[in-house]
Design a binder for this molecule. Structure first.
Ligand SMILES: NC(=O)c1ccc[n+]([C@@H]2O[C@H](COP(=O)([O-])OP(=O)(O)OC[C@H]3O[C@@H](n4cnc5c(N)ncnc54)[C@H](OP(=O)(O)O)[C@@H]3O)[C@@H](O)[C@H]2O)c1
Length: 321
């Protein structure tokens, strides 16, 4: 079958390991289903996989793609839930020590067909396109959990999103505006801040700029480049929710500020199946849809990954057929 995959870990030149080619069509083991993929979205995780981060060398070659939407053999249209848990584990599967995300152990969605456990497919809302549904399983689910499960924010409070244009950032902005939070955003360029404004952000700022007042919560995926600003931007008792460290994690922890202002640092990774059900219902009820900056054929996955590597994203990049 057609597939876009990483041939080997390549820390310094990730795109050199990208292959647009053929892989064997997978057969679903008992309890798993085969999904004919219609759309899948790019995530920074795909670049980490090409670099060999978060995946053992013996797992290569690995088909990329952490999320997606498609059709079951009986014609049911589905959204993929990307967290593959241990069937013996009960409770929040993001806390299952044996859980993995698609492409860490099991092959991903940038292919004609993907196989996943039956519990990892959810009905696609009829009003949502395959491309929109393909954004839900990773960036949007992560943003949903950061905002509504981890932050403790109440409507009317002020949140800051570090980074304006990325997949998780745009999801945070759109979900935050929909939920009635006051949404402030930093972005590295005028063009990127304009993306945030177009999505309803109430104010935007240059990266590192002093804010008019301190905020109740900061949403971090950038790490080293923005961490000090994040810690300086929080009210006493405020919360930073962090789900990524794109620029690295070597900046000072700001421990004095952390204990003196009694700040909360909360980690977040992906979300549960139940949270994905709730996210899909929220999208249906409110009509909110992911901001898709580019939609490409699967064959042009390399072009999309290059844009992501160069920081040239404007919302989600989706591959579709
Ligand atoms: N824990 C999880 O479950 C989970 C799930 C999804 C993603 N993540 C992580 O979250 C991060 C973002 O993923 P993504 O898919 O949203 O990536 P993306 O679409 O490529 O977005 C990158 C974002 O990072 C910002 N950024 C990058 N470098 C920066 C720098 N040096 N200074 C300031 N801002 C910078 C960009 O802001 P501008 O708009 O200003 O350029 C942009 O908003 C990745 O590290 C990814 O691994 C984690």
């Amino acid at each position: 079958m057609f597939a876009v995959y990483a041939s080997a870990p390549n820390p310094n030149d990730p795109l050199a390991s990208l292959v647009v080619g053929e892989r064997d069509t997978p057969e679903p083991p008992p309890g798993w289903v085969s999904v004919s993929v219609r759309a899948a979205s790019l995530n920074m995780h795909d670049l980490w996989t090409l670099r060999g981060v978060g995946i053992k060398p013996e797992r290569f070659p690995m088909i990329l793609g952490c999320d997606g939407a498609g059709v079951l053999a009986d014609g049911t249209e589905v959204v993929l839930h990307s967290v593959i848990g241990d069937p013996e584990f009960s409770g929040d599967e993001t806390l299952d020590p044996k859980r993995s995300l698609l492409t860490e152990v099991h092959q991903g969605s940038f292919a004609d067909t993907i196989v996943v456990p039956r519990r990892n497919v959810l009905p696609k809302p009829a009003s949502m396109t395959f491309a929109e549904a393909a954004c839900m399983g990773t960036a949007w689910l992560t943003a949903y959990r950061m905002l509504f499960v981890k932050s403790g924010l109440r409507p009317g409070q002020t949140m800051l999103v570090q980074g304006a244009s990325g997949g998780v950032s745009t999801a945070l902005i759109q979900l935050g505006v929909t939920a009635g939070f006051r949404v402030w955003v930093t972005g590295r360029s005028e063009e990127k801040r304009a993306v945030a404004t177009s999505l309803g952000a109430h104010a935007t700022f240059e990266s590192g700029a002093r804010l008019p007042e301190r905020v109740d919560a900061v949403f971090e995926t950038v790490g080293k480049a923005t961490w000090s600003h994040t810690m300086r931007s929080l009210k006493p008792g405020g919360t930073v929710v962090i789900s990524g460290a794109t620029s690295g994690d070597a900046s000072p922890a700001e421990l004095q500020r952390l204990f003196f202002l009694q700040l909360n640092v909360v980690g977040a990774t992906m979300g549960t199946r139940d949270e994905l059900v709730d996210l899909l219902r929220l999208c249906e009820l409110t009509g909110i849809r992911p901001h898709i900056g580019a939609e490409l054929p699967f064959e042009q996955a390399g072009q999309g990954l290059r844009a992501m590597l160069d920081g040239e994203v404007h919302g989600k990049i989706v591959l579709s057929r």
